[in-house]
Ligand binder design. Sequence first.
Ligand SMILES: Nc1ncnc2c1ncn2[C@@H]1O[C@H](COP(=O)(O)OP(=O)(O)OP(=O)(O)O)[C@@H](O)[C@H]1O
Ligand SMILES: [Mg+2]
Length: 499
Amino acid sequence: MPKRFRSELEKNFLIDAIDAFNRRLLIISPDHKILAANNTAMEGHPEGIIGKSCYEVIPGCSSPCPNCPASEVLKTGKASLRYDQCFNFSGTMDMLCLYSYPVWRGDNVDALVMLDFDLPALKNIEERRIRSNAFLRNLIHSAVDGVIASDPTGKILIFNEAAAQVSGFSVEEALNDITIRDVYPEGGAHEVMKMLLSEEYGGKGKLISYHIDAKHKSGAIIPISLNASIVYENGKKVATIGFFHDRREEIRMQKALEKTQIQLLQAEKMASLGKMAAGVAHQLNNPLSGIILFTKLVMEEYDLPKDALQDLERVLDDANRAKDIVKELLEFARQTSHDMKPQDINDIISRTVFLLENQSIFHNIKIEKNLDPNLPQIKGDAQQLNHVFMNTILNAADALEGSGKLALKTCFSPETGRVCIEISDTGTGIPADVLPHIFEPFYTTKDQGKGTGLGLSMVYGIVESHGGSVRAESELGKGTTFYIELPVAEGQEGGGKIG
Ligand SMILES: Nc1ncnc2c1ncn2[C@@H]1O[C@H](COP(=O)(O)OP(=O)(O)OP(=O)(O)O)[C@@H](O)[C@H]1O
Ligand SMILES: [Mg+2]
């Protein structure tokens, strides 16, 4: 600012104002000689201080104080504030706040102004600053989301408790031993930075709700949702900060929901197929009964030649086969009557295996039984349950193509109050596009004449009519497991075998 003319009166007022100022004010030369002082600074120095070195007069030293703000001003040419333990103006050690600024003449510092501040007021500000910093730190550390901030070299500056929980690194480890690159899989930190610098993910310097993988200390990959931004100070990039949460539970719930939706769709599909199957079966039942009845009548009533009798035998056989199919369809549609009694599932399985194991198809198949001896009884129709196991085991034998392992396991789940039956084979497995259809009536992948595709639809119908459920899991080339669950008979819910 250009020098302004001041009248003597104005100058006097200025001096009076400085003298009336109740803080000490000194004007010193660059070599620390006191050039001027206000009245407050003179207090306690009746001998006068002008012309003396400030460090001699005030702290009584032989050289400038090590933390002298005036020396700092001389070095930087800028105002300096020191809040420190130092000699005060009365020569004793104290917490003192000194403010110093330069007085320029042209390009040179002509003199320095030093004044002491009202420490209690400043202390209040400082305390408030410390308190607000502590509050912010607390806020970050107790946040539910993980918070990590790092400087441009990748050094971690902030790492809260939630971040420690997700990443497996302790806060100390994160701050001292690792960098931001260690909390992502190879190249992950770089990818985040690239996205932050691009416009596409929420604007430049921002990344909004981005799904990415983090790396646990153990090396495990953890899917996270990340909000991140670059922190700038005076236009310079000084840090990046990221807020994130673990998505594992969310993903698990999403998968469970999808599975339930698929199961619901499957149940709906099976219910409508059941209705259709029942309709067709009832329509066929009467004409088939008529064909069988009248064929038998013709065979008995008339004296027919041998050839004609043979032909009618054939009609009767085919009609009976058709009747069996109708019966199976009705089983699927759950429209046959059941003889429900308490049953021991282990017994039924053992009987089914006994009937089948001597057949040639099982000769090279190893049958492994792991039946829980304390299985509670279930309420069911033994003959129909026999059909369930027969069909499932025969399917397994077909898939084993003559050799491999068939495992049969039973157990009781007290949580669901159900008996669980697992029938696994090490056979061909079921392709993913076939698996959703296997319980549909007439769905078969077997050659014509080899399978009707009614086996599993019957299984489905019978299990459902027993209040149970059936599902299959399969891996192509490795094998298939059928899981059947049946509710236990009343009074058996606690588990344990009765009499
Ligand atoms: N354990 C298994 N391993 C591989 N595929 C299987 C297995 N069980 C069933 N499948 C598949 O499911 C389809 C339907 O089985 P389902 O028992 O209903 O009919 P099917 O065996 O073909 O004929 P059938 O009416 O004579 O039983 C089979 O054709 C086969 O593709
Ligand atoms: Mg079958």
